[in-house]
Design a protein around this ligand. Structure first.
Ligand code: 3PG
Length: 312
């Protein structure tokens, strides 16, 4: 019903910054709708209760399951304020005719900066004592060349790194040439020739568990795998096997593996995981992604615009 006031629930277990919240509220208010905030909640039941009369829902990595959808009889649109939408049950949305969207690229720079920081953190022995190394002159491989991967590539080049990338979905070599990046046709070739490998794969049926022993063990001496994407793309048993056989390999991740305590104990300083996913945790990324989500919902209710729909 275009023109009617809509209720938009913003459910963020990991809340947006104050400025992002204020900006989102203003966009929604000016369009004649209202916002309800559910922040730092600790159970799915709280989310289900919050969406009972919601027309729209904005989330971050919050899980929007079939149960949550079933608890929201009025829901027409869900926006994942961020890139990866593996937390949304798209089939359940589609079945109900609910439009699901993401906000691609909006938090990409924040994640890219963290990937670079993680690389340097490991190169400098996690800022502890001892002689570290420089990333300048080293080979950086980018696995999946989307918004984040492309920015990491540019930063890598600015640091004097030799950058290669692999992405089966980008066939236009101009995208790589533009950034001075060598296009590599297979992950096997990429991993074999990268001192640093930055992962930017989404978690999908095809990518889950796809990075494991064979790829990791094929990396050059002293190589580091950097994961700011998703833990699900890693085969944790294969990773542990490779790190056991190769005492020179390192793994740093922004998404703690299920086996993080075991990996930390076994591999010591060769393994590092952030306590909580922080790639998109910047004021700027919160504002970019949060405001984009609010605008996308306002446009959707105004005229049905669904540019970033992911469940077509
Ligand atoms: C994304 O997919 O956009 C990132 O993983 C950020 O996730 P977050 O919003 O939970 O920080």
């Amino acid at each position: 019903m275009p023109g009617s006031p809509m209720k938009i629930v913003v459910a963020t277990e990991k809340p947006f910054s104050k400025r992002a919240v204020e900006g989102m509220a203003a966009i929604v208010r000016e369009a004649g709708h209202s916002c309800v905030w559910l922040e730092k909640y600790t159970s799915a039941d709280e989310l289900k209760a919050a969406v009972a009369d919601a027309d729209a829902l904005i989330v971050r990595s919050d899980r929007v399951t079939a149960e949550v959808i079933a608890a929201a009889p009025r829901l027409r649109v869900v926006v994942r304020a961020g890139a990866g939408y593996d937390n949304l049950d798209l089939a359940a949305c589609t079945e109900r005719g609910i439009v699901a969207m993401n906000t691609p690229g909006q938090n990409a720079n924040a994640v890219a900066e963290l990937a670079v920081a993680m690389m340097i953190f490991m190169a400098r022995n996690r800022f502890t004592q001892g002689t570290g190394s420089e990333v300048c002159g080293k080979r950086l491989g980018i696995h999946a060349y989307g918004h984040v991967g492309q920015i990491v590539a540019r930063y890598g080049r600015a640091l004097g790194m030799e950058v290669s990338a692999c992405d089966p979905f980008i066939t236009d070599t101009a995208v790589f040439d533009r950034d001075g990046v060598k296009r590599v046709s297979s992950p096997a070739e990429l991993y074999r020739n990268s001192d640093y490998l930055s992962l930017h794969l989404p978690a999908t049926a095809e990518t889950r568990g796809s990075i494991g022993y064979d790829l990791f063990v094929s990396m050059p001496p002293g190589a580091t795998l950097v994961n700011t994407a998703r833990k699900e793309v890693i085969d944790e048993a294969g990773l542990a096997k490779a790190m056991t056989e190769r005492p020179d390999l390192k793994y740093i991740t922004d998404i703690a593996p299920d086996t993080a305590p075991e990996l930390a104990e076994k591999f010591g300083t060769r393994f590092f995981a952030t306590p909580k996913k922080m790639g998109a945790e910047t004021e700027e990324a919160n504002i970019n992604a949060g405001l984009a989500a609010a605008r996308q919902i306002v446009s959707f209710f105004r005229d049905g615009t669904a540019e970033f729909q992911v469940n077509r």
